[in-house]
Design a protein around this ligand. Structure first.
Ligand SMILES: O=C(O)CCC(=O)C(=O)O
Length: 280
């Protein structure tokens, strides 16, 4: 290799020194919130400008009892859980009868922008008045199935509340669900009590607290509750539960058998049957 070529190669490979890595200076470190300040011999921790918020761990409710789940300015949100409200044999018999004999159908709801979607479950409605939620109405149906009339009386006696209507839900398998919502239509009146009876396979009933106004609809930091609802369990939601909490039954990753959920309510007549229910 000639002297000239050799120089050109060396120059090509080693022409420029690499730029020096940029390390933050002590001054840079000091100006970052929540950082360690480097002094000549010591370090001290500086609190971040915004306090770190903890996501509350989900709580599980499984045992029979009365649970005051929150106390807001508007009042107490209360749950009453009664596993084994129906004996196993009685629950088995009612489940088969209701599965076979109720007029189950799939309801079409409408989103705010007007597009239609089918509910991921089957439903039917009982009551002297129609019921509107998610911009679609279930017609009045005063012909109660005799099993439902018996259950209504038993639940009224146990709970001390009266009910004039019933929304029945059939989850055919683990893919059927109901999304986050509150039972807060004007037709249910203020502080409605909902009595929910579960039959068939166990599904998880979840609740999440409404976020603080300053969180502007962000549910990241709200409390969550989880209640496995077993065959024959009665759950009562009372007080401010519909105003201060939302609930759902989410889809499951594992196979689930059919489940019937009966939600007894009281509907009041209103001038126009227009609901303002959040999507489910
Ligand atoms: O299936 C359930 O346990 C809940 C049903 C429900 O949330 C409703 O009907 O509003």
């Amino acid at each position: 290799m000639t002297d000239k070529r050799q120089r050109a190669r060396v120059q090509g490979s080693w022409a420029k020194p690499l730029p020096k890595p940029q390390h933050p200076t002590a001054q840079d470190v000091q100006s970052e919130p929540g950082s360690w300040k480097a002094g000549p011999q010591s370090f001290e921790f500086h609190q971040p400008a915004n306090p770190i918020r903890v996501i509350p761990a989900e709580k599980v409710i499984e045992k029979a009892g009365e649970y005051d789940i929150s106390q807001g300015p508007s009042g107490v949100s209360r749950l009453r859980l009664i596993p084994g409200f129906l004996q196993q044999e009685e629950a088995d018999w009612m489940f088969s009868k209701l599965l076979a004999e109720l007029p189950w159908s799939q309801k079409t709801n409408y989103r705010m922008m007007g597009d239609a979607y089918e509910e991921p479950r089957l439903t039917c409605w009982y009551g002297e008045l129609p019921y509107t939620y998610s911009r679609s109405t279930m017609d009045a149906n005063p012909e109660w199935h005799p099993v439902l009339t018996t259950l209504r009386r038993a639940i009224e006696q146990k709970s001390g509340h009266t009910f004039n209507s019933l929304l029945c839900n059939l989850y055919r398998d683990g893919k059927d669900s109901i999304g986050w919502h509150s039972d807060n239509e004007p037709s249910l009146g203020p502080q409605p009590t909902i009595a929910s009876l579960s039959l068939g396979d166990t599904r998880v009933f979840s609740l999440r607290k409404q976020p603080l106004p300053e969180d502007k609809g962000n549910y990241t930091y709200v409390e969550h509750l989880r209640i496995p609802l077993t065959h024959g369990t009665l759950l009562l939601m009372e007080g401010c539960t519909q105003a201060d909490w939302q609930h759902q039954v989410a889809k499951e990753y594992h196979d689930r058998g059919p489940r019937i959920n009966l939600t007894f309510r009281t509907i009041y007549p209103e001038p126009e049957h227009i609901g303002r229910k959040s999507f489910r």
